[in-house]
Design a protein around this ligand. Sequence first.
Ligand code: ADP
Length: 267
Amino acid sequence: DERMVLQIQITLYGDDERLLMARDITRLHRLEQMRRDFVANVSHELRTPLTVLAGYLETYADNADQLPPRLARSLAQMQGQTTRMQSLVNDLLLLSRLELEQSGDDHAPLDMSELLESVRHDAAALANGQQQISVEIDEQRPLLGSEQEIRSAVSNLAYNAVRYTPAGSQIVLRWKACGPGACIEVEDDGDGIDPEHVPRLTERFYRVDKGRSTATGGTGLGLAIVKHVLLRHDANLEIDTRPGQGALFRCVFPEGRLVSPRLNHDA
Ligand code: ADP
């Protein structure tokens, strides 16, 4: 579009003086839009060839016992890397959709008990008995939001809790009142995160320990996705963690995002 984008800055001097500065950031804005479109297009275009590759590799892997062991090992490696690339491309595509598309069209009252229970189920499969995962519901009001987006945010937090905590850890998924609003909490009692890393955790591809994150199947985009989903729901992410003390990720939703119970249905 041909709109002009201005950045306005107002500085106060004493009681009655103001300095107003306007900067034309139209070009910057347009470049940013082009970057987003580009990432969205590239990730979309990469999906089909990756699906084809993964399909062939799976066929060969099914018959691995008929192959020379060295070839079978290389195939397994290729399959692993293809899956990794598919996760990356899917996360990149999801992230650019979150940035580009308008939100609100698919917002509906969400039964949080059902949603958290289903995320718990998937996370438990990933944990494979290594961690205990439970759900606590202390808030009855449904959340008004996109089921797909909220599910993806909570899944990312829950999968992280599984991937970055040692065996025997406890993980809790919670929906509870927070002031006048409500929040989703994902808490673990694992090793926690050094405070110096916390401010940067939601940046794309930021990892505390790159080697470990790659080995656990992370794309480095999980918390960036969480942040963008929350932005689209007027919510904030609070991260409370200390090394050795576990990690608490809290998504705080304002009161306006909660559906109040209707007292009289027949009126
Ligand atoms: P990744 O794909 O690497 O998991 P994320 O954006 O989801 O990317 O997470 C960023 C980093 O935050 C991770 O690499 C990990 O170091 C750290 N992290 C996230 N969740 C936890 C947690 N529950 N406990 C400890 N570290 C965590």
